[in-house]
Design a protein around this ligand. Structure first.
Ligand SMILES: N[C@@H](Cc1ccccc1)C(=O)O
Length: 497
């Protein structure tokens, strides 16, 4: 087969233009689509200028194609009627499938008549010979030579008989382009050292950038396992109707991290051995906390109230002003609960997932920074039973359905419970979180009504992630020792959770 590209260029060279790529393809006996792919490439090389022309045209249906040679059904029926006539039933049997249409059409054309004078109706010829003009039209349409007889009305009738259909087709009109040549010059995709040395780059054609090409997937963009598991936790919370709390920044004042939580100023956790304090800026002015609330916090710390005797020591503003890296997400909860009290209490369910920092010795299960997940429910008349029930519901969604609780101590909750879950794999009980009911010494100074209780729990994000994905050393998970290669190879890090 002739090379379509060469044939096209040659023809353009001789004639200057090709008006209809469809006809040109037919002349070459190749599929139009094949020619179009060559045209597009030549246009991209600027060897050819091309514009598309969309036109509507008639084509024969498969049924009509059959009539082009053997004639229309009406002509076939007419031919089957002998001069002396033929009983209708016999005629139909003789012509077969096209009998019905053919007979109907031939009667309409008044080519045939039905003689009912005898014992059974007989079909007789009304004219001696016929001209099958519909067949002639079909032949002309097949050749794409549309005769004047093909009026709109005729086309409509042919469409109604499902003999023709209208199709729109796009063809190209071509002229010589600015870089016209009889042969495509090979365009280089890259500048090579050789071209530079020999100076051939000056005459070399370079392929244009194709900005529409599908790119190579970037090697980055992998999700960290912690982000994946965080999404799972978010889903659990939101499915249970919890609202995510704004987590502010990592830097928090001691006030919201400790004092608002009724954590005594002498508490060992407030020591630089356990907490990262900031030097720049070292403090947040206490004036940011409304004076009346501040006063109630001071009172409660020093003298108690709400059924408590307090700590009996002097509460110092300077201590509360110290900036730190938040040691727990309960600082996020304390801000949120105060806001809820200011806006007027209504039952609420909150959660947060964010980073916390502790000045701890780093080992294979501990880091100085990690993520905490915290759930908080505020309502009237909540009990420890509600907390236990909620924890069962929450942890069972993680696949941890065997839980045990151990009494514990937190300055801000009473009662407090450590949460343990039985690991079938490891065959032992593991600590999975901490929980409790926030103390009145924390809630009442905020302005939450006396019958409002708040149940809450917290857990780390790293531990469940390590268990879920078989990561043995926490330092593989975050920090400078975690390897990007591991992230890339780990199937859970692919996008799309
Ligand atoms: N803040 C606690 C977790 C906790 C949250 C809420 C209530 C009780 C406990 C911790 O850091 O371990």
């Amino acid at each position: 087969m002739a090379d379509p590209e060469a044939a096209l260029l040659e023809s353009l060279d001789k004639q200057g233009a090709i008006n209809d790529s469809g006809e040109f393809a037919a002349g070459l006996h190749i599929d139009h689509n094949v020619l179009v792919s060559h045209i597009k490439s030549l246009v991209a090389h600027e060897m050819v200028n091309g514009e598309t022309v969309t036109s509507k045209g008639l084509v024969l249906t498969a049924e009509a194609q059959g009539y082009v040679t053997i004639g229309t059904p009406e002509a076939q029926v007419f031919a089957a009627v002998p001069e002396e006539g033929i009983p209708l039933a016999q005629l139909k049997k003789q012509v077969g499938a096209v009998g019905d249409v053919g007979f109907k059409q031939a009667m309409q054309q008044k080519w045939l008549a039905l003689d009912k004078s005898g014992s059974e109706p007989k079909v007789v010829r009304k004219v001696a010979s016929i001209q099958d003009s519909v067949q002639e039209l079909l032949v002309a349409i097949a050749k794409k030579q549309l005769p004047p007889a093909l009026t709109e009305e005729v086309v409509k009738a042919l469409k109604k008989r499902k003999l023709v259909e209208e199709v729109s087709s796009t063809t190209w009109r071509l002229t010589k382009g600015p870089k016209f040549a009889l042969q495509k010059r090979k365009a280089a995709t890259d500048l090579s050292a050789d071209m530079v040395q020999k100076g051939t780059w000056k005459d070399q054609d370079f392929k244009d950038y194709n900005f529409n090409a599908v790119g190579v997937p970037p090697p980055g963009g992998h999700l960290h396992p912690l982000l994946k598991v965080r999404t799972q936790f978010r889903k659990i919370f939101t499915q249970l109707g919890f609202e995510e709390m704004p987590t502010n920044g990592f830097v928090e004042s001691s006030f919201w991290n400790f004092d608002a939580l009724f954590q005594p100023q002498q508490h060992p956790a407030r020591d630089a051995h356990d907490t990262f304090f900031l030097t720049h800026p070292a403090t947040t002015p206490i004036s940011q906390v409304p004076a009346d609330y501040l006063e109630r916090v001071r009172q409660t710390h020093e003298h108690g109230g709400y059924g408590s005797i307090g700590y009996g020591s002097v509460w110092k503003v300077a201590e509360a002003e110290k900036n730190l890296l938040r040691t727990h997400t309960t600082a996020v909860s304390s801000r949120m609960l105060y806001k809820l009290a200011q806006e007027g209490f209504k039952p609420a369910k909150y959660f947060s997932i964010d980073r916390v920092f502790r000045n701890e010795a780093v080992d294979r299960t501990h880091l100085a920074e990690f993520h905490q997940i915290e759930g908080v429910i505020c309502g009237k008349g909540l009990t420890l039973g509600d907390l236990i029930g909620t924890l069962h519901l929450f942890f069972s969604r993680l696949g941890l359905s065997k839980l045990r609780f151990k009494p514990a101590y937190n300055p801000y909750t009473e009662p407090s419970m450590e949460i343990f879950s039985y690991s079938e794999e490891l065959g032992k009980w593991m600590e999975v979180g901490n929980s409790g009911m926030f103390r009145p010494e924390m809630l009442r100074p905020m302005g939450l009504p006396e019958d409002v209780n708040v149940i809450a729990w917290g857990l780390g994000l790293e531990r469940p992630t390590m268990i879920l994905y078989g990561i043995k050393n926490i330092r593989e998970l975050s920090g400078h020792k975690s390897s990007l290669e591991t992230l890339k190879r780990n199937p859970i890090c692919r996008l799309g959770l």
